[in-house]
Design a protein around this ligand. Structure first.
Ligand code: PLP
Length: 358
């Protein structure tokens, strides 16, 4: 097992003569082990790990300059939206939000200043699926970069670099860590210039994960495939159950044949993931909130991707920082409920939802 190098510094043989590590903000062997593992999973040459998914996003965004345009999905993690609009937009980075399932909207948003396509797929929380290959082809054709936030799928289900993306980003807090016991982030790429800029950010701004956190994430990743298999199997059964339930309105799950981008998901994902969102037929925010506090196995909590199933109300929780108008424009109703399906017994999970409906 990779040891936990719980140190802030390293003894040198002579000034600046050392074994590859001089100071732990810059590098740590436990972190290196994690970076190599994630790079391998994503088919990347290299990976840089960060203290959180948001810190990873922050480091990427610092590669851009005032008046640069970034085109992003209008349905994405609320914290990403907050980072874009409240931290980087005031520095004059120009963000345009479009429905990326419609490539024409991306083409219309493109101008000479555009530098990056920021893709999240499946999207959070509406589980739309964006055609990665189509968008990375467009990016390459126009000589701009593309990034895929692969948090919802994990590298077990989807490998964006193979589909032409320049960078793949993770909140390792989720499926990679897998046990809701650690916060972390990562960016993997095979582009040397990008990696040099990211390493510069790591060294200079220092939002790095501690060695214990790297160890926990390394340990979590060992069971990624078995966790994903079980979670996806449960998610499929739960999506079917919801789809046939008289109290349920819309069910968002890429594995349902009725899902608008089911074919795209089939093409670019190994399986359909373990996130499901749905609305109640009684389309009220109150009923949705009440439902989320009635489950007993699904714990009411933010986050996703752990072995335990979670339930949440995106409009007031993960996406609370998005103004209501922006949420509505993206199609995120106040009555939406989001499930992160874990590895528990499938019947127990369905029974739990059933008793909450009752
Ligand atoms: N990207 C996605 C898709 C997320 O869902 C999240 C967090 O929920 C993040 C990024 C941010 O990651 P972190 O919470 O590790 O900062």
């Amino acid at each position: 097992m990779p040891p936990i190098f719980q140190t802030s510094t390293y003894v040198q043989q002579a000034p600046n003569v050392h074994k590859g590590y001089d100071y732990a903000r810059v590098g740590n062997p436990t972190r290196t082990a994690l970076e190599k593992l994630i790079a391998g999973l994503e088919g990347a040459d290299e990976c840089a790990c960060f203290a959180s998914g948001c810190a990873a996003m922050d480091a990427v965004l610092k590669m851009f300059r005032p008046s640069d345009r970034i085109i992003a999905s209008n349905d994405l993690y609320g914290g990403t939206y907050r980072l874009f609009t409240e931290v980087f937009a005031p520095f004059n980075i120009d963000f345009v939000f479009v429905d990326m399932t419609d490539i024409d909207q991306v083409k219309q948003a493109y101008n000479e200043q555009t530098k990056l396509l920021w893709i999240e797929t499946p999207t959070n929380p509406l589980l739309r699926v964006v055609d990665i290959q189509a968008l990375t082809d467009f990016a390459r054709h126009n000589d701009i970069l593309s990034l895929v936030d692969n948090t919802f799928a994990s590298p077990y289900l989807q490998q964006p670099l193979e589909l032409g993306a320049d960078m793949v980003l993770h909140s390792t807090t989720k499926y990679l860590g897998g046990h809701s016991d650690v916060i972390g982030g990562a960016v993997a790429t095979s582009d040397e210039e990008i990696m040099e800029k990211l390493r510069f950010q790591v060294k200079t701004t220092g939002a790095v994960p501690g060695p214990m956190d790297c160890y926990l994430t390394l340990r979590g990743i060992k069971t990624l495939s078995v966790r994903m298999k079980q979670s996806v199997e449960n998610a499929k059964a739960i999506a079917d159950f919801l789809d046939n339930h008289p109290a349920v309105g819309q069910v968002n799950y890429p594995g349902l044949e009725s899902h608008q981008q089911h074919e795209v998901a089939r093409k670019q994902m190994k399986d359909f993931g373990a996130m499901v969102s749905f609305s109640l037929k009684d389309d009220s925010q109150e009923k949705a909130k009440e439902f989320t506090s009635r489950t007993k196995i699904f714990a009411l909590a933010e986050s996703l991707g752990g072995v335990e199933s979670l339930i949440s109300h995106p409009a007031s929780m993960t996406h609370g920082s998005m103004p209501k108008k922006v949420r509505e424009k993206a199609g995120l109703q106040d009555s939406l409920i989001r499930l992160s399906i874990g590895i528990e017994d499938q019947e127990d999970l369905i029974d739990d939802l059933d008793q909450a409906f009752e």
